[in-house]
Structures are given as C-alpha cells and as structure tokens.
Design a protein around this ligand. Structure first.
Ligand SMILES: C[S@@+](CC[C@H](N)C(=O)[O-])C[C@H]1O[C@@H](n2cnc3c(N)ncnc32)[C@H](O)[C@@H]1O
Length: 559
C-alpha cells in the first residue's frame, strides 16, 4: 500500500523502519501538511525565476532528472525538504536550506512517495544564509546548517518539533502555541556558544584523501556530484555515508581550542616518513593508525581544561607512537594519552585493550555541581555547557519536593548523570541501562560524589517482562531518556500500567518523542491501551548548533 512507503519529511527514514505499518498513515498527514506550506517569497536580489514547467498533482520526477527546486523546510536528519514549482512531490536534498532555490539531480525514488536528490548548485540562497566559517562545512557532514544564520537554525528546529507534535502526536496546535504562559510548547532554548562546544571529537586515518570532483576541477559549471579520491594520506572525518572515505580536516571549529592544537600537532607530524606511521587500510586490513579521539574535560580543582588523547591502533606497538606522544604532551592541557588497541576489521574505536601512554587514564568533568570521571570509551554528554542547561530543565521539570521522600526511576540512565543530579533531593534513585560499562561508570560516579541512595541496574528496556518493577518501589517520578528509536511498546504499556504521578521524557528525536507522547496521552487503540497522561510542557533545547539534532524535555502528569 502507498502508505508503507509514505514519507515524513520531518522524521526522515528512521521511523519508517522502526514503526509498525499502521503508523505510516500518520506520516502521510505530516507529508501533506508540509506540502501545504507556502513557498517563501523571493528576495529582491533573486534572479527572475525560469518559466515554470507544468507539474500537476500527479507529478513524479525521473531518476537522474535535473530539476530546479525550492527548499521549504528541514527534515529530521537535516535534509532539505524540497519541491518543484507547482508540485507537492517531496524531494529530500542534503545541504539544501530553507528558502534556497537550487538545482539538483534526482538520485533515488522511494516507492513513488518521495525522492532523494543531490544538490548541484545554489540558484539563490535563503535570506538567512551566512558565510559558513568552516570551508568544509558543506561537505564534512558534521555541520550541515553552518551556512544558515543561527536564529534561523533554531527557528526551523522549533517548527519541526511543533509540526511533529501536531501531525504525529495529535496535540492541539492552539494549546501547544497559545499566547498564554501555559502554552505547552515553550520557546526553544538556544546554545550560548555555537562554536567550540563539543568536548569530544573522533577523527579517522585514511589511506587516501577524499574530495569532491568540483573542488578538483574548480569549475563553475554544475558538477556531477561525484567524489574523487586523491593520493595522500588523510586524517579527518568520514565523508557522509562512507566508511571508507576520509575528508582531510586540519582544524575543527566545534571542539575546544586545546583539542584543535592537538589535531594540528598530529597533522603536522604523523605523515613524516621518518616516523614510519601508516593509516589503517579498511580494505586490505593493513596499517597501524585507525582513529584519533580527543576529549576535553576540566580539572575540578582549578577549572582549567584538561585533554585526553586516544590513539586507536590496529596492534600494540607503543614505540611507534612515542614521537607523537612527545609532541602532543608539550601542549600544557594534555594530561592523558591512551592507546586503544583494536585488532578487529571493524571501524569501532573501542579497543580490546587500553594502555595509558602518558599521564592519567581518565579526565574529569563537572555537571550540576557533581564530578564525573571520563575514560576514553565512557559515555558523557558531548556539549558540557548545554548539558548543564538541559539537566537544570530536567530537574525543574521533575519538581522534586526536596524533602528526600520521593522515589525516582531513571530509565536509559547511561552513566547515571541525570539520576545522580536528582539523588540529592530524592529518597532513592533506580537507574536502568543496557550497557554494562555504563552501569559500572554510574556506580563509580555515585561513589565519587558520595551518593549512596542510587542503585543502577543493567537491563534491556526493550525486553522487559512481568517481573519489571518488582525490584523497586512504585516511582513518584520517572525520567525516560531513550536514544533515537524512542521507547518500546512494552515499556509504554508498563508506564501506562504503573501510573507514576509524573514522567519527564527527555528525547533526542522529536519524531519518536511525538509518537511516544501520543501513546502516553491518547493511548494506543490497536493495543487496547488507554492514555492517562496530560502533556504539561515540551521544551526544545538546542544542544548541537549547525547540526539537525534537537533535544526536548517534556513533562507529563497523570490525569
Ligand atoms: C540518550 S542516552 C541517555 C543517557 C543518559 N540519560 C544521559 O543523560 O547521559 C540513551 C541511553 O539509553 C541506553 N539504551 C539504549 N537502548 C536501551 C535499551 N533497550 N535498554 C536500556 N538502555 C538502553 C543507551 O545505552 C544510552 O546510554
């Protein structure tokens, strides 16, 4: 049926795989809603538009067709939602920004429901377009919207959340956006620092340098959108969608200044033939250097930045790393150099063995007044400063009485950061998480901060059974912070049965967030489940400027 291939421009393809077929009907309505959005008015500087080719309602593009498009919005993964004049057919285009007129080639047709297109050139930019400070912004995949003014970036993120809550979550738009202070959807919380906000970057070593044909030829004409590899080793970021193509990166505006110094020193040294260092070849499985991970934390006594450098290599030959270690440890902020040895053919940076080559094996960071120890492979929120803002919003939403009488359940607790910040005002916190190493870190973090009223349990929340909930008292407040696929139906069912007075749902995917809020508030007809929560507020938070990611803090109260 057509709905199976229906496209939600706002959610992208992730949900299509994860959501049962009956949900796709709802996506159709989102696509329809997006297609009704008026085309932005042309700016005075735009050239006169070419005469429109007649494209009726039933218009479908052909593969490889070159089209002129207008971008009307952003889909969840930052792809531009584009249309041909006179048609409501959606073409998703990487790198297209709202309001932009562009030329694109149709790359793939998705069951006639939508198409994917490759941007070839801009005809006229959006009036919110700015010059991207990073010359690689359009190509490295990390900062898809760097060339959109920050105010416009957060506006489009807000619009995405609103549209998903209305069209997919079935919430009344008047209640969401009422002018009163009780409007459910609150203004998006922007990031104060839109560059240098990441505390962790992972670069890869490559046997060749990847570049776009258009860079090589330096032609004005429309490029074919093809990529080229040129001779010369590379150290940088993977070209979007490619495990084997590395875009050489000399400097990155997202990580800290000291981290950038480390990158520069490594870039300036590692290809020196005298060092005998080779990048790992992902096809031949030869070579030594796989990844360079740089993490920045803070000395909890002085507040000064401290940097950990992690070399991921295919075997243990520490003598080969000595010259690099000598050079990077001249940077005063570097307090830890470790070596993860990963002998597998896969692309992961987690080693089977980890060795400390210099300084200490962990660095520290502070969040909401607590200290956290971070090792090379432990999870920690990537934007520390904005995580502090996010956690404050979670604490405020949880609204603990502060008299130490309440039970908090922290679902998808990771290394326990949210639960530990709440433990100070709770009777007891119970955290659940699937990754055993994260549970071990959560326990360590509790100890480090002298918190004894927190219990962390390893378990898969997609596989809960009737025994779940028997090992802890009925929670007064549930925090649920799942990763992008959102909550499993088993967990939704359990939440609707246990009926905790308050749920704070923290989401990194507004599409699955809208779906799960709909289930909790309006029920799941197909499963015979009735909703029993009222949505009190949704606060979108921008944690990652220039990227498509959006975080939301949602408060639900039992009806
Ligand atoms: C978005 S992170 C939240 C981490 C933590 N709340 C924090 O703020 O740092 C989601 C967490 O859910 C965990 N997770 C993913 N699937 C899970 C599952 N099926 N059962 C339990 N935990 C899961 C992940 O390992 C990850 O730590």
């Amino acid at each position: 049926m057509a709905a199976a291939g229906a496209f939600s421009p706002l959610s992208g393809t992730l949900l299509r795989r994860r959501i049962p077929l009956h949900h796709h009907r709802r996506f159709l309505s989102i696509a329809a809603a997006a297609s009704e959005a008026p085309a932005p008015a042309p700016t005075p500087s735009q050239p006169p538009p070419p005469p429109p080719r007649p494209r009726g309602k039933g218009y479908f593009p052909k593969k490889n067709e070159i089209l002129e498009l207008t971008c009307e919005g952003l889909a969840f993964k930052g792809k531009g939602v584009c249309k041909v004049d006179g048609s409501s057919f959606v073409l998703l285009c990487d790198g297209a920004l709202p309001g932009e007129r562009l030329v694109a080639r149709v790359r793939r047709l998705r069951r006639g429901a939508f198409a994917e297109a490759a941007k070839l050139k801009t005809l006229s930019p959006h009036h919110d377009a700015v010059e991207a400070p990073c010359p690689l912004a359009a190509d490295c995949g990390g900062c898809k919207s760097q060339s959109l003014a920050y105010s416009a970036q957060i506006h489009h993120k807000y619009v995405q959340v609103r549209d998903l809550l209305v069209n997919f979550g079935k919430f009344d738009p008047r209640k969401l956006e009422s002018s009163d202070s009780d409007a459910i959807l609150k203004p998006i919380v922007p990031c104060d620092e839109i560059f240098r906000y990441r505390n962790k970057m992972e670069f890869s070593f490559g046997t060749k340098r990847w570049m776009k044909r258009e860079w090589k030829e330096e032609k004005e004409e429309v490029s074919k959108g093809e990529e080229l590899e040129t001779d010369g080793y590379s150290l940088g970021l993977h070209a979007p969608g490619f495990f084997d193509k590395v875009l050489h990166v000399e400097t990155c505006l997202l990580h800290s200044d000291p981290a950038d110094k480390v990158l520069a020193v490594v870039q300036g040294s590692w290809t020196d033939p005298a060092l005998g260092l080779t990048p790992y070849d992902v096809y031949k499985h030869t070579g030594f250097l796989k990844h360079l991970m740089i993490r920045t934390g803070r000395n909890v006594s002085t507040g000064a930045p401290e940097v950990m450098v992690n070399f991921v290599t295919s075997c243990y030959k520490p003598e080969l790393l000595v010259p690099l270690v000598d050079r990077i440890t001249k940077i005063s902020e570097v307090v830890s150099v470790v070596n993860n040895v990963n002998t597998s053919v896969g692309n992961t940076s987690v080693g089977e063995q980890e060795y400390t080559l210099y300084g200490k094996p962990t660095i520290t960071e502070m969040l909401r007044g607590l200290t956290f120890q971070i090792s090379a492979n432990s999870f920690f929120q990537t934007n520390t400063k904005q995580a502090d803002v996010l956690y404050k919003l979670i604490e405020d939403s949880a609204g603990l009485k502060g008299d130490g009488s309440e039970i908090v359940l922290d679902l998808f607790c990771g290394t326990g950061t949210i639960g530990l910040t709440l433990a100070r005002s709770a009777k007891h916190v119970y955290g659940y998480e699937v990754v055993p190493e994260a549970i071990a870190d959560a326990q360590k973090n509790a100890q480090l901060n002298g918190i004894s009223n927190a219990t962390f349990v390893q378990g898969d929340l997609n596989k809960i059974n009737v025994t779940f909930g028997k090992e802890f008292p009925k929670p007064d407040i549930i925090i649920s912070d799942p990763n992008r696929p959102g909550m499993h139906m088993k967990l939704i069912k359990w939440l609707l049965e246990v009926k905790a007075p308050r749920i704070v749902y923290v989401s990194c995917n507004p599409a699955t967030c809208a779906r799960d809020l709909d289930y909790l508030c309006h029920g799941v007809e197909e499963k015979g489940l009735s909703g029993c929560y009222e949505l009190k507020h949704v606060i979108p938070v921008d944690m990652f400027p220039h990227t498509p990611h959006i975080e939301c803090v949602c408060l639900l109260e039992l009806c």
